[in-house]
Design a protein. Structure first.
Length: 447
């Protein structure tokens, strides 16, 4: 169907400026033998991916950006050879997805891209110009950042088209999720946190860092096995609240210290983080309690559509004209479902007569949602364009989803769908690579 929007399902982007800097990608290109002869040693080709290449500068850039992120999380950094191989493998998979999306005609228009960039800037407390200045102050090309953002949106939409929409979730799975993971479905307003710190000296040796990390990991295991957090905090923590069992008290969700911001949003009651590295040492953060609201009522729309994709042989004008003709036939009495089965390029919904089921706010890309929201039940839209092609759309019904239990179940279904999609996506990526021509040339540059 390709109209459902979704966050990137594979890559973790670090917060704040680190997140922004991950976009520092060199431009890889393939050309004639003359063009390849002009490539400097820094930009030697390290991988061939179908008819495209990845160059050394891209690989080096990604490694340089990844290492500080791993250090900030207290993660073990692989040896240089392993790290280089892992990062190159990730770049290969990204390139294959972009190529696949191009073949399917998945694109991102300038309005959607500008909206995404504005949202990124806002999440980091900046305007768009401030974002540009921050990037360039750190020697990151804003144009490269734009293209990386575009590629993230494209790969997200590709995965929605080929992975997420195929995932099915049973009612029994939803029942179990609501019962066992209800906390993750609540909109959190406050959290109570507890803390253990294993301090490091100002300039620790590698042995001191390793010892502290091992001790923090051992404490995390003991807590997960049932030992009392407060007792361990009193006995082991170097933090200022050690004698209070590490209890830091209640925080409004917007006032949680940056070190604990992600755990405060994602951990269930009683869960503890893996060790988190900071300049002061290794931290364990536990979410002791949660206050929050169950989901608010939402308006859902039941809709159906017919999609015509553009291609080398189907222009925008062709697609729009075909949909105008189909719309007139429906207004004249032809059955929408029958025409959708015969003419829609969205194979997933076409089998159901174009039916998309009940759609919640945010489920579809903005262009589609704007058209859908403007229609009354029974009304058929004029042909309109989205990032995935041209559509006509009919709203068949609307409803207010106003019970907390139902809304929690909807959230649970979405969470399960994403979780299953992540598992399915790994197989899909492997198949994508198996079907491609990939030549790794790292060995050519080793001593």
């Amino acid at each position: 169907m390709a109209i459902k929007s979704n966050k990137d399902l594979r890559h973790h982007r670090a917060p704040a400026l680190i997140m922004l800097l991950t976009a520092c990608l060199a431009s890889a290109w393939a050309g004639s033998s003359l063009a390849q002869a002009q490539i400097q040693p820094l930009d030697a080709i390290v991988a061939v991916v179908n008819d495209d290449v990845i160059v050394q500068s891209e690989l080096d850039s990604q490694i340089e950006l990844l290492i500080p992120e791993l250090q900030a999380r207290g993660a073990t950094i692989p040896d240089p050879t392993t790290l280089q191989e892992q990062v190159l493998d990730q770049l290969v998979l990204e390139r294959l997805q972009i190529q696949r999306a191009k073949n399917l005609g998945i694109e991102v228009d300038e309005a959607t891209l500008n909206e995404a960039l504005t949202n990124i800037a806002a999440r980091n407390g900046m305007g768009l110009m401030e974002l540009r200045e921050a990037l360039e102050a750190n020697e990151v090309s804003f144009d490269a950042f734009r293209e990386d953002t575009r590629n993230q949106i494209i790969t997200s939409r590709l995965q929605q088209e080929e992975v997420v929409k195929e995932v099915r979730v049973s009612e029994q799975e939803v029942d179990r999720f609501v019962e066992t993971e209800r906390d993750s479905l609540i909109t959190r307003s406050e959290v109570r946190l507890s803390h253990i710190l294993l301090a490091l000296p100002e300039n620790p040796s590698s042995a001191q860092v390793e010892q502290a990390r091992d001790e923090a990991q051992a404490l995390a295991r003991r807590i997960r096995q049932g030992e009392d957090f407060a007792s361990l905090a009193r006995a082991k923590s170097d933090g200022g609240r050690a004698q209070e069992g590490g209890d830091l008290g209640w925080f409004a969700i917007g006032e949680v210290p940056s070190l604990a911001a992600q755990p405060a949003q994602t951990l269930a009651r009683g869960e503890v983080t893996d060790p988190i590295r900071s300049p002061s040492g290794f931290h364990l953060i536990r979410v002791s309690d949660i206050k929050g609201d169950t989901p608010k009522p939402i308006t859902q729309t039941q809709a159906r559509h017919i999609l015509i994709r553009t291609s080398e042989v189907v222009s925008d004008q062709d697609a729009e004209r075909r949909l105008e003709q189909l719309r007139m036939r429906i207004i004249g009495g032809d059955d929408f479902s029958t025409l959708a089965r015969s003419h829609s390029d969205d194979t997933g919904s076409a089998l159901n007569g174009g039916d998309l089921g009940w759609v919640s706010p945010g489920d579809t890309v903005p262009a589609f949602e704007r058209e859908m929201d403007a229609l009354s039940p029974g009304e058929i839209s004029q042909p309109f364009e989205s990032p995935f092609g041209w559509h006509i759309l009919q709203v068949t019904e609307r409803r207010e989803q106003d019970t907390a239990d139902e809304l929690l179940r909807l959230r649970a279904k979405d969470a399960l769908r994403l979780r299953k999609a992540e598992e399915t996506k790994e197989l899909w990526l492997q198949r994508l690579r198996d079907e491609a021509y990939v030549e790794i040339r790292l060995d050519e540059f080793e001593d």
